[in-house]
Design a protein around this ligand. Structure first.
Ligand SMILES: NC(=O)c1ccc[n+]([C@@H]2O[C@H](COP(=O)([O-])OP(=O)(O)OC[C@H]3O[C@@H](n4cnc5c(N)ncnc54)[C@H](OP(=O)(O)O)[C@@H]3O)[C@@H](O)[C@H]2O)c1
Length: 220
């Protein structure tokens, strides 16, 4: 069974942080980064969201661009990629705006479902090891998935060697603190080398960097 292609999309500061020292929702990127994020979402069949990012932000990013929405419509794709929350605890406020957003919601749950965890989700899958869980998503027709972070989710997938592409917007800020964009305590795979696929200067001095995993046929 095949798993979807996974692209990690993050805005990071010059010192490699994805949130301010106190944590919380960080608006690091400007308008150009927002456009790139929407393009990544338009490419995707689904997006993975760490439960802490959901709790902190309360909602997830949507495609707003009329052109991107029209293109998805022409190809008979849903307006928005499926939002797939990844969690062990299954705990969040049930009144988060996320649950009113116009998209399909799935849950990948590693722990035991708590009372209300299932509410608002049309599909719930058990998350044991990553590969079979992703293969299940592949079996459900998802070929491309954007990983929206945060750091713990990114680390977990990088440690499993399952991220195929890194799309980072480097933002001209220094944030300090502990919120490095890979929240990895443990080691990353030794062979985790990456080949630069694209670099683009964006407005406001931001820099788009796209890397493919070395060994991936598409990395050239
Ligand atoms: N700059 C950016 O582009 C960007 C993007 C996204 C997020 N952020 C920031 O990142 C911060 C949140 O990041 P974070 O690292 O604290 O949290 P996170 O990665 O968003 O979420 C962590 C939670 O996700 C679940 N999870 C992660 N890996 C799992 C696995 N392998 N199996 C089962 N569950 C798993 C667990 O949920 P439970 O807690 O339910 O057990 C875990 O506690 C926020 O400040 C947010 O603003 C920034």
């Amino acid at each position: 069974m095949t798993r979807p292609e996974l692209r990690l999309v993050l805005a990071v500061s010059l010192d490699g942080r994805l949130a301010p020292p106190q944590g919380g929702a960080a608006q690091l990127g400007g308008a150009a980064d927002r456009q790139l994020l929407e393009q990544a979402l338009a490419w995707a069949d689904g997006c993975l969201i760490g439960a802490e990012t959901l709790r902190r932000h309360g909602s997830t990013c949507l495609i707003h661009s009329p052109q991107l929405l029209a293109r998805r419509r022409q190809r008979a794709r849903s307006a928005q990629p499926i939002a797939i929350v990844v969690s062990r605890s299954g705990i969040w406020r049930p009144d988060l705006p996320f649950f009113s957003q116009p998209l399909e919601r799935w849950l990948l749950l590693a722990g035991e479902p708590s009372g209300q965890a299932a509410d608002g989700f049309t599909r719930i899958e058990r998350l044991g090891a990553w590969l079979p869980a992703l293969e299940k998503l592949g079996g459900a027709g998802l070929r491309r998935v954007v990983v929206l972070g945060g750091a713990a989710l990114a680390a977990s997938l990088l440690q499993a060697g399952l991220i195929d592409e890194l799309q980072l917007t480097l933002c001209p800020l220094l944030l300090g603190g502990n919120h490095s964009w890979i929240g990895a305590d443990g080691p990353l795979p030794a062979a985790a080398a990456w080949r630069l696929g694209e670099q683009r200067l964006l407005e406001g001095g931001e820099l788009l960097l796209r890397y493919r995993k070395v060994g991936d046929p598409q990395s050239g």
